[in-house]
Design a protein around this ligand. Sequence first.
Ligand SMILES: [Zn+2]
Length: 206
Amino acid sequence: MFESTDLQGIIGMATGADRIAIDAPDQLSTAPHSGQSWRKPKFRSARCAEIALGEVEKVWVPWATPTGQSSVPGWMQVGFDVWAWMRAAGHEPLEIYPAGAFRVLAGKVPPKKTTSAGLHARIELIEPHVELPVGIEMWSHDGIDALAGALVALWSLDGRARPVGHDAPECDSSSIWLPRSSSAEATPRDVWRRAAGSEGLEPPTF
Ligand SMILES: [Zn+2]
């Protein structure tokens, strides 16, 4: 663990990573859909990824990326900084949204993550796909979110995760990655091994 301002700590952690997932937008919105009055007012100036996530996937993020620096909340500024540091270090991370990932894995909206039922439901959704860390029941929801983000990053390698965004010429290049299917439908081990084998990669321990 390190402070969110610890540039060396974050870059050091990312060294050698095949995929990096960040639960935050990478930059201010350029508001490609700002004039479109039929869209949800809160999201008219948002990035395409947030609009697509809501309109197509029915997963509405509680924030919308602002167009001006003065409206950027602290957590989002940390995200902007981490994105910039990662890119400067040669990485191209994926943007993820753990609440959306759990929504897809569950096939419905799971209980709130701040409740013990919600935490338990999230652990159950992850459990088929990883060897659960010892003591995960004691983790905070932030740790569980990070684990879901890591799974989506891993799945981006073999097609079990997909980017959600727009690809029209007037759109921005933002995308938020989600699992392709619910936890019950995913076939984690054999799909990964096939993909890993064809790429000559060492499969992780599940
Ligand atoms: Zn768009």
